[in-house]
Design a protein around this ligand. Structure first.
Ligand code: IP8
Length: 269
């Protein structure tokens, strides 16, 4: 691949109504499709989260805890089914706008070990990018070599993909403006951090609260922690508010945008 791909993650809280099970946010999906179309960035890989599709089902059947009894087998199928339903809405929206999206099922190409990616079949993905497709992946229920199965978050996937595909940049679209010094939804003194290095991030860890709503893969800090391996690799990540029009567009175009840039920064030995 001559040009490095951009990896865009759209959070479940943006593309679904997180409070209502199995409810997509179609206006947001359509708007983000138009922003992606307008930005015309290539190569592009899109990863989306589970929101009110994958998470409630995964939680109901304890999928994240791994295989404990046979009643969970249907739960695994239903979690994956919920994710494919959400994925289809996104892929359909992109194709309707003439974006050559192709679904790539993480459950069919990733195996985890105790919840962490152990292997990934990347060849089809690389080939798709070479030809000009836009692969669309998502957080999913996956097979696990230690625990039987696990939940692979879109964030872990983004970081791993970015490293494997030698990405140019990671853009993470969430429902807040970026990384704050506290939870902006509950703490009015919360301040947006525009730029942070990995070292500074480590020092901030204890101050950042997890997500309050059902989210089996953690909140904002979990997100940061997942991005760390890719950032350590030298890949810049930017977090933007994808519920606000044009933020994802500007981030894709590399324009100045409200958000948090995470970079490797200086390492002081
Ligand atoms: O929303 C997890 O992906 P995330 C998806 O990116 C499932 O954490 C299946 C719960």
């Amino acid at each position: 691949m001559s040009v490095k791909p951009t990896v865009l993650k759209l959070g479940g809280s943006v593309i679904t109504n997180k409070e209502k099970p199995l409810t997509p946010n179609m206006p947001a999906i359509e708007r983000l499709t138009r922003e992606i179309l307008r930005a015309n960035v290539s190569p592009l890989v899109l990863v989306h989260g589970g929101g009110s599709f994958g998470h409630p089902v995964a939680e109901q059947y304890g999928i994240r805890a791994g295989y404990k009894d046979s009643s969970q087998i249907m739960g695994f199928s239903k979690t994956h089914q919920a994710m494919t339903k959400l994925n289809k809405l996104i892929v359909d929206s992109l194709i309707n706008h003439n974006i050559p999206a192709v679904e790539v099922q993480p459950s069919s190409c990733v195996v985890t070990k105790a919840g962490r990616i152990q292997s990934m079949e990347e060849k089809p993905l690389k080939k798709m990018l070479e030809i000009g497709f836009v692969p669309i992946l998502y957080g999913d229920a996956v097979l696990d070599s230690e625990t039987g199965f696990a939940i692979l978050s879109g964030d872990q996937l983004v970081s791993s993909l970015a490293i494997r595909l030698d990405a140019y940049r990671i853009i993470v679209g969430v429902d807040v403006n970026g990384l704050y010094t506290a939870d902006p939804k509950t703490d009015p003194s919360a301040r947006l951090i525009q730029h942070i290095t990995l070292e500074e991030l480590k020092n901030l860890e204890h101050k950042i609260e997890g997500s309050k709503v059902t989210d089996v893969t953690g909140g904002m800090f979990g997100k940061m922690r997942e991005l760390t391996p890719a950032v350590e690799h030298g890949i810049q990540a930017i977090i933007v508010n994808a519920t606000k029009p044009n933020r994802v567009y500007k981030a894709l175009k590399g324009e100045k945008v409200v958000g948090t840039i995470i970079e490797k920064g200086e390492t002081i030995e």
